[in-house]
Design a protein around this ligand. Structure first.
Ligand SMILES: Nc1ncnc2c1ncn2[C@@H]1O[C@H](COP(=O)(O)OP(=O)(O)OP(=O)(O)O)[C@@H](O)[C@H]1O
Ligand SMILES: [Mg+2]
Length: 304
């Protein structure tokens, strides 16, 4: 039988108090190639630029956010990365801080991917056998080591699919942002991700919340409006971010050099990510103040 892993935020109730606790924002959806990494890195860059101490966590063994945030391939971090935090979990005197690195972005550190990241699920299984928590609960525990100390925001980039990596990112979240590229399969992946979060909440007695649904790589095509209308009128009413990230070559041009908000701040996608940052802050502040419109919408959704 699995037990529930204690999580720091429970000690402070559900209210977000980032004077003490960082807010953990996970970018997750089961579909691949829809700008999860691009969103994670650009949002982290915006937080850092605005003076928030930010930790980016790369729990995707592809290492894309590690490359984008540091300019270095994942092998660079083989001696000290997220896998090592799993490997040394529970060792006396071993803190997650040992595996955190600086990035190219002001105010943003990273818990990076390494070549060993693909062994994280095996390591989580080993930990599960000794500690009895579900394998996906250990990322949250690893972040406990830092979550009360240095950071205002923790942004987690997850891989596509339904696996230990993506489940770990969701379990560790206070808030989930679900990116959607407007195409015919996007609603399936949204539904799947939504059900995953609901199941995790139900099984663990948790309150992981969806901060919003973000349309990404958006082009002016008829289907985008159909998707907007369907999100706004159905079970996801109130969750769609007003901000949308437009398609722009600037993102691809910037990828290897850093986030587009830094590399080409005047481009459409960069302007959109800046607007997203503002909307994210507004939604988080609204929740802090108790005007939890998004949450109410989620509760309504739960009754559907
Ligand atoms: N606004 C945008 N305009 C144009 N291209 C974009 C935009 N956002 C992301 N891309 C490109 O789309 C591709 C997928 O983006 P990204 O790697 O962020 O997606 P992902 O969801 O993290 O993928 P994966 O599921 O493989 O982790 C990349 O080549 C990226 O440069
Ligand atoms: Mg990615």
């Amino acid at each position: 039988m699995t037990e529930q892993m204690p999580r720091g935020k429970e000690t402070g109730g559900h209210g977000i108090d980032h004077k003490k606790n960082p807010v953990v924002i996970t970018i997750a959806v089961t579909k691949g190639g829809v700008a999860k990494t691009t969103t994670a890195v650009n949002l982290a860059a915006e937080f850092g630029m605005h003076g928030y101490r930010t930790l980016l966590v790369d729990i995707d063994e592809q290492g894309n956010s590690t490359l984008s945030a540091t300019g270095s391939y994942r092998d660079t971090f083989n001696d000290a990365a997220l896998f090592d935090a799993y490997r040394t979990f529970g060792f006396p005197g071993c803190s997650t801080d040992h595996f955190i690195h600086k990035t190219m972005m002001t105010g943003v550190d990273i818990l990076p991917c390494s070549a060993y990241s693909l062994m994280i699920p095996d390591q989580a299984e080993i930990l599960h056998k000794t500690k009895h928590y579900p394998p996906y609960a250990f990322l949250s525990a690893i972040l406990q080591n830092v979550r009360f100390t240095s950071y205002d925001y923790i942004v987690i980039d997850t891989p596509p699919g339904k696996n230990t990596f993506s489940l770990s990112g969701i379990y560790a979240a206070d808030e989930v942002i679900i990116p959607l590229h407007p195409d015919k399969y996007s609603v399936d992946s949204l539904n799947e991700t939504y059900r995953l979060i609901q199941t995790m909440n139900r099984e663990n007695g948790m309150e992981i919340s969806i901060l919003g649904i973000l349309l990404t790589i958006v082009e002016k095509v008829r289907f985008t409006q159909i998707l907007r209308d369907s999100l706004d009128s159905g079970a996801y009413r109130g969750l769609r971010f007003e901000t949308e990230i437009r398609k722009g070559q600037a993102v691809n041009d910037a990828t290897m050099r850093g986030p587009v908000v830094l590399m080409d701040p005047r481009s459409n996608p960069a302007r959109d990510y800046k607007a997203l940052y503002e909307e994210v802050l507004t939604r988080i502040r609204r929740k802090e103040q108790g005007g939890n419109q998004t949450k109410e919408t989620e509760e309504e959704n739960g009754q559907n």
